[in-house]
Design a protein around this ligand. Structure first.
Ligand SMILES: [Zn+2]
Ligand SMILES: [Zn+2]
Length: 274
């Protein structure tokens, strides 16, 4: 049994997927439930008023929940990014209240690198030296810590997201050695606050079936600190990839004597067996 707690649709600025196609694909992929968690990148919201469609995303989830009753459970949600940046505070409160969400995902997609807004997916990291990258990761993890400390989110998403670009796209080979203490602190806070840790499977494919975010070593660190609360998120932007890599994630968890994950209903965590 699997629930995908992190997917995007055309109500996100970087997806064209029809919400109904997400539900159909999730059924086809054998999922028991799916949450539609469109982006609320507070920077875009604040600077360009982009996510006007977010209330529509929640309404679509409600409509599809009724339509597909008995076939699959459908949840409404939102991925709120960059909650730690002070100038976005008002927008953050607005985003929380767009809809009576089932799930609130927390993530960070940008950092203010000493005055320069640095968005990971669009930054050219080729000219960045190790020291600057380490500074960037330090700020990034401080944001994550502040985010989970100050707000009650359901799940913390793709904890090592910047590495997807810094190491994945730009091959910098950056390690997290200097940030391990910070990551440990983040894990302790989410364990304490009953916020789940997401295993993001966006990069899992037949060639890299175990490309989890965060990486296995960090998942093991979380478990060693007493963490047991996981959610699974495909971060699907294209119909068909809902639930990708979940079997491998479940296999990994069972090896560590964890036999269940969580989905969220009206912001309450619900345990299910994997
Ligand atoms: Zn994200
Ligand atoms: Zn996402």
């Amino acid at each position: 049994m699997y629930f995908d707690t992190h997917t995007h649709t055309k109500h996100s600025c970087d997806s064209q997927k029809e919400p109904e196609d997400a539900i159909k694909a999730a059924i086809k992929n054998g999922l028991s439930g799916i949450a539609i968690t469109d982006h609320s990148d507070l920077r875009l919201f604040y600077d360009y008023n982009i996510p006007f469609e977010l209330p529509e995303s929640g309404k679509d989830a409600d409509r599809l929940r009724e339509k597909y009753k008995g076939q699959i459970k459908v949840f409404s949600g939102i991925e709120i990014s960059d909650a730690a940046i002070p100038i976005y505070k008002d927008r953050l409160n607005e985003a929380f209240n767009f809809h009576d969400y089932d799930i609130l995902l927390a993530s960070a997609h940008i950092v203010d690198l000493d005055g320069r807004m640095c968005e990971f997916s669009s930054t050219d990291f080729s000219g960045f030296d190790t020291r600057t990258l380490e500074r960037l990761m330090e700020i990034y993890f401080e944001y994550m810590l502040k985010t989970v400390y100050e707000h009650q989110f359901s799940s913390l998403c793709h904890v090592t997201y910047p590495l997807r670009y810094i190491n994945g796209a730009y091959g910098k080979g950056l390690t997290l050695d200097k940030n391990i203490k910070r990551i440990e602190e983040i894990f302790k806070v989410i364990i304490d606050r009953n916020t789940a840790l997401e295993i993001n499977t966006a990069k899992c494919n037949p060639e890299t079936p175990y490309a989890f975010c965060p990486e296995k070593e960090l998942l093991e660190l979380y478990i060693s600190l007493g963490g047991k609360m996981f959610s699974l998120g495909s971060d699907s932007h294209i119909a068909g990839s809902e639930g990708r890599g979940f079997k491998q994630a479940a296999e990994f968890l069972k090896q560590h004597e964890i036999y269940g994950c969580y989905y969220f209903k009206k912001k309450q965590p619900v345990y299910y067996e994997i």
